[in-house]
Design a protein around this ligand. Sequence first.
Ligand SMILES: [Zn+2]
Length: 224
Amino acid sequence: MLQITMRVAKETVVAIEYTLKDDQGNIIDASGERGPMEYLHGAQNIIPGLEQGVEGLVAGDTKNVLVPPQLGYGEYSEKLLQQVPLTAFGANTPQVGMRFHAETNLGMRVLTIKKIEGEEVTLDGNHELAGKTLHFDIKVVSVRAAELTELSHGHPHQSGGCCGGGGCGSGESSEGGCCSTGESSEGGCCSSEEGAAAGGCCSTEQPVAQKQGGCGSAGCGCSA
Ligand SMILES: [Zn+2]
């Protein structure tokens, strides 16, 4: 029987296992128990540097991929720092390190409370990995041709629904993406806020390598 080895290229759905470390060798994230991360290659589902590193590999290949900030989560920008008065939090008690979604002049973003001084709170709109060089150890688990519906949605469909079993309901737009109605046309799914911020969805469960579109490792459970 003819065995065709498919290489990672545009319009393939790729599953990878990965461990992500920082410059000091600390593990930032790993596919580990979540299982392989599946994404649609060439659809900006993951950060550009990682996507470039996987290009051309075949199932079973392992590789170390070094991703500089500009091909990862961008350089750290002081412009994304802003001060708000403590009173803006109303009855809530802000604490350093707390994160929340907020509408900013750059759209919906995840903001982190960086500093609290007297009545002034400093918010940081940088991604937590902004400015960091990322060290990925990856293993390609599988490579397959994408289905037409996956190409039109811009993310893989398969095992599981959005963010671990949700499925998409009827809110799906024909433009792609799924789940909540507030969804951005960029393709994230589930919570509308997250889709617009870092892309993808379900902040805490989301693999950090995943940038836009797609949902966790599972793809989106649109009934397509
Ligand atoms: Zn879909």
